[in-house]
Design a protein around this ligand. Structure first.
Ligand SMILES: Nc1nc2c(ncn2[C@@H]2O[C@H](COP(=O)(O)OP(=O)(O)OP(=O)(O)O)[C@@H](O)[C@H]2O)c(=O)[nH]1
Length: 441
């Protein structure tokens, strides 16, 4: 098997201040394993006249992608393929990725760089390398593009009432991996969504996929296609990327921010936060901006200032309704008074991860410092900023029922006065620790 080696140096360029050279535009291509990234890329290399360098990263020793792309690429005329062989881009950030792209830039003349992120790479840290990292000098991030397999996406999220999922067609050599957060993170952090394999879905199924994607990611443009047949101008030099906008683009994040903003606009009403069940009917959306409800797709938020009983909450997480597509946000679990825990559900599993500390668990000085910088932070005299605020995105499911089930997990008044440390508690404790709960169908 021939492999494209890290290149023999031809002429070395030296890094100079950014204004002394034209930075090279970069498109990052993400998407689940087998979604069609390589197919799309091969077409792009064929159709675009420019000299395009390609950085492929893949997990595992055999870098099939690099070989495939190489076979379609004429290295002598300038299109270059560099394989990152030592694992995944996102695990070697700041190290191998930056070194590789800078080395590539120094040693080769090319007009455009495409980074094909493996199906398991998180797009945001990769993108940040090209904005804030050392690669931000010679490169200019133009767009993050995520390729979605329409068939597989529909089968996972499209319609829970369908009798039996259609047989896998085409190409699913990787088998059906449990859908982790990653697929949705790739959808939620991008500028353009390419819905590929549309030959394997009906028109109605395709429309449902698009409607769900629009809900999960209201900011991205969406194009539907077969065999990656996308106009190269959609992917290259599109000028779409904006780090701040991309970081805030996720539908769940927007729902939570709208909910929090609504609360701020209603502050001054001196509620007793511990007893505040402000969405108890599940429909108190006030001024939320929700996408039009199509195909039964709905976005809701759940906000409570009373902790969950750990065992009851985990039992509900193990039995979430099939129509729930995405749930994400911070939760307050009794017995974890320091840990701000992010709950993230993406189709089959929920992860609970300690992603920070409640400000209320810091020293008085540090609390004051944080609260000075966040004047809008709602604060309870007894519990401070501890709260649960989740975005819920689903289709054909009763949000009222889900809300009621979550409410049953909240501590009762008697439990509020009990010793919380005696609860059986599988929730994570250390920063970065994660507990994963699989939904039993
Ligand atoms: N039916 C159908 N098959 C497609 C389409 N696009 C790509 N394929 C096939 O799907 C398989 C996977 O496509 P790739 O382009 O290798 O997917 P990838 O995202 O690069 O996959 P990884 O490298 O594993 O991450 C190949 O056999 C393609 O021929 C499409 O639109 N329709």
């Amino acid at each position: 098997m021939t492999r494209v080696d890290p290149f023999e140096p031809e002429e070395r360029r030296e890094l100079a201040p950014a204004n002394e050279y034209m930075s090279v535009p970069v498109t990052i291509l993400c998407g689940e394993l087998g979604a069609g990234k390589t197919t799309l890329l091969s077409r792009l290399l064929e159709e675009d006249e420019r000299e395009i360098a390609v950085l492929v990263n893949d997990v595992g020793a055999v870098n099939v992608d690099a070989d495939l792309v190489e076979a379609r690429t004429d290295l002598t005329t300038g299109e270059e393929v560099l394989a990152l062989e030592n694992g995944c881009i996102c695990c070697s950030l700041g190290g191998e990725l930056s070194r590789s792209v800078i080395q590539l830039w120094k040693e080769h003349e090319f007009e455009y760089l495409v980074v094909e992120a493996s199906g398991v790479g998180e797009p945001e840290p990769i993108a940040r390398q090209f904005v804030r990292g050392p690669a931000g000098g010679p490169y200019d991030l133009d767009a993050v593009v995520t390729v979605v397999d329409a068939r597989r996406f529909y089968d996972r999220f499209g319609d829970s009432t369908a009798a039996a999922p259609p047989a896998q067609q085409g190409t699913d050599e990787t088998g059906s991996r449990p859908l982790g957060d990653l697929l949705l993170e790739q959808i939620e952090f991008c500028d353009l969504l390419v819905v590929n394999k549309c030959d394997l879905v009906s028109e109605e199924e395709r429309e449902r996929v698009v409607a769900l994607l629009e809900t999960l990611q209201p900011r991205a443009d969406i194009v539907t296609t077969e065999y990656g047949d996308v106009d190269p101008t959609m992917l290259l030099d599109s000028g779409r990327f904006d780090l701040e906008a991309a970081s805030d683009a996720a539908g769940w994040k927007q729902a939570i921010e709208a909910d929090a903003a609504l609360e701020v606009s209603h502050t001054d009403d001196h509620k007793t936060p511990v007893d505040e069940h402000d969405h108890s009917d599940g429909h108190d959306h006030g001024g939320h901006v929700h996408p039009p409800e199509r195909y039964g797709i709905e976005v809701d938020t759940y906000h409570r200032r009373r902790p969950f009983h750990p065992e009851r909450f985990l039992a509900v997480l193990a039995d979430l309704p099939a129509g729930l597509v995405r749930a994400k946000g911070l939760c307050w679990i009794a017995g974890r008074e320091r840990q701000a825990i992010t709950m993230s559900y993406a189709g089959t599993e929920t992860s609970l991860e300690v992603t920070g500390r409640w400000i209320a668990s810091l020293s008085a000085d540090r609390q004051a410092a944080f609260r000075d910088t966040q004047p809008d932070l709602s604060w309870d005299e007894e519990w401070g900023d501890r709260e649960t605020r989740l975005a819920l995105i689903g289709r054909n499911l009763s949000m009222d029922e889900l809300t009621a089930r979550l409410d049953d997990c909240l501590l009762t008044d008697a439990e509020m006065d009990a010793d919380w440390s005696v609860f059986e508690n599988p929730a994570p404790t250390g920063m970065g620790d994660t507990t994963t709960v699989s939904s039993v169908e």
